[in-house]
Ligand binder design. Structure first.
Ligand code: 5AD
Ligand code: SF4
Length: 424
């Protein structure tokens, strides 16, 4: 979601006549869009501000704006004002559309502006975007979250759920497709509760009809709201990728309850089975938090057991991070750091073992791969993605970037796949 917002900010900068500069120390204007989901994101932000201090002193004409989720928290705004008084502009997630106006005012009036809105009922439409790729795009369909999981800062930084109108979403995707976009990732904190007058499943069916769009993805889904109507889309939406990100967070019912997730492990298994029944080759991925307050060894073993039973294609694993302002931050049964790390490492080992086996199944398969560019590890190779988001490196001509080609997997390793293009 933040990356999508950054594309909007870059679009504004382009409209204002600026060009992109990779090096933040060299850039005349720096806009830092922040994430606050875990503490290391907060720390990273303050580290970057520390780096910028010097170049701001040396070049007083330099302009630094900070925005995003961190700025929606008063204690962060106070810290920025006190420790980094040279920051020129502070704004938040709810007034991103105001950025050009705020920027101009701060420059023209030579003064620091702090303007953070507490919330908003709408989503601004028609904003520019400088997108990273033209063959794949993020499309935000809703913002905010009403779930208030007890560990999570997002409902406080992004506000309540609001959905974009289906017409606006369809218009945006149709326009992207006309410009060569083949793949869209529909974004929302909880896409299952999309309500733009039609349901999320109905929206998917509409997007599926857009000419030129060959791959549709979405994230994230909340297991408690995963409807049969959505699962049925995997039966008949031709362009829906056979992968599903379904964050479980924990495999223990006691922990799930304290997390305020509002489902049980049994209900989660039932939803996974329902998905697999409709789409047997579906690749399921997840998010897991270890070391949530009060998590016992038995609770953690329930998580390991769930992971082994679901056999995730891959999983994003996080050590619980105290987020000021959330209920769980106040609890006194926090898990010691060393226990969190020990559990984290055990979880990773289990996930990797499963992943190794899953990856072997790709060996010798022929799969459609969307070519994205040159390989990060070998400039003579291309890199692309399977429908299940696996990276494949392969020899081929750069002119194939943006095309979907059939590829035979010739080597499958735990973290990487190598392939060769075959005749369609
Ligand atoms: N600590 C650790 N992980 C968190 N997440 C959200 N809040 C926290 C937190 N306080 C994880 C969840 C979520 C993902 C985006 O980030 O797993 O699904
Ligand atoms: Fe955070 Fe829970 Fe909302 Fe996801 S569903 S954004 S974890 S509060």
């Amino acid at each position: 979601m933040n990356e999508r917002d950054s594309e909007t900010l870059a679009g504004f900068m382009e409209e204002l006549g600026f060009t992109y500069e990779e090096d933040k120390l060299e850039a005349q204007v720096v806009v830092l869009n922040t994430c606050s989901v875990r503490e290391n994101a907060d720390q990273h932000f303050f580290g970057v501000l520390g780096q910028l201090k010097h170049s701001h002193e040396e070049n007083p004409g330099k302009f630094v704006a900070v925005c995003g989720c961190m700025m929606q928290q008063q204690h962060i705004i106070d810290a920025v004002k006190k420790k980094y008084p040279w920051v020129n502009l502070v704004f938040g997630t709810h007034n991103i559309q105001e950025f050009p106006k705020l920027f101009k005012n701060a420059v023209e009036e030579h003064k620091r502006i702090v303007d953070v809105w507490e919330g908003s009922d709408t989503i601004a439409e028609g904003l520019p975007a400088k997108r990273l790729y033209n063959f794949k795009a993020y499309v935000s369909i809703m913002q905010g979250c009403n779930n208030f999981c007890s560990y999570c800062i997002v409902p406080y930084t992004r506000g309540r759920e609001r959905s974009r109108k289906p017409e606006e979403i369809i218009k945006e995707i149709t326009c992207l497709a006309k410009n060569g976009c083949k793949e869209v990732m529909l974004l929302g904190q909880n896409v299952n509760s999309y309500n733009g007058g039609i349901s999320f499943a109905q929206l998917l069916r509409e997007v599926d009809k857009i000419e030129g769009i060959e791959r549709i993805r979405f994230m994230s889904s909340h297991p408690k709201d995963l409807s049969d109507e959505l699962i049925d889309c995997f039966k008949d939406c031709k362009h829906l990728c056979h992968c599903f990100h379904l964050p479980v967070q924990s495999g223990s019912n006691a922990v799930l309850e304290k997390m305020n997730r509002r489902y049980t492990r049994e209900k989660y298994f039932e939803r996974v089975e329902a998905l697999k029944a409709v789409c047997p080759d579906i690749a399921i991925t997840t998010d897991i938090i270890v070391g949530f307050p009060g998590e016992t060894e038995e609770d953690f073993e329930d998580t390991l057991d769930l992971v082994r039973r679901v056999r995730y294609d891959s999983a994003f694993t996080f050590i619980y991070s105290i987020r000021k302002g959330t209920p769980a931050a106040e609890w006194d049964n926090q898990v010691p750091e060393e226990v969190k790390h020990e559990r984290f490492n055990r979880l990773i080992d289990v996930i990797h073992d499963i992943q190794e086996e899953q990856m072997k199944e790709y060996q010798d398969k022929v799969l459609p791969v969307l070519i994205e560019g040159t390989s990060k590890t070998n400039a003579n190779m291309l890199t692309g993605r399977t429908e299940t988001l696996k990276t494949v490196d392969l020899p081929g001509d750069i002119s194939l970037v943006g095309k979907i080609v059939p590829v035979k997997i010739v080597k499958a390793q735990t973290f990487s796949l190598y392939g060769e293009i075959v005749d369609a």
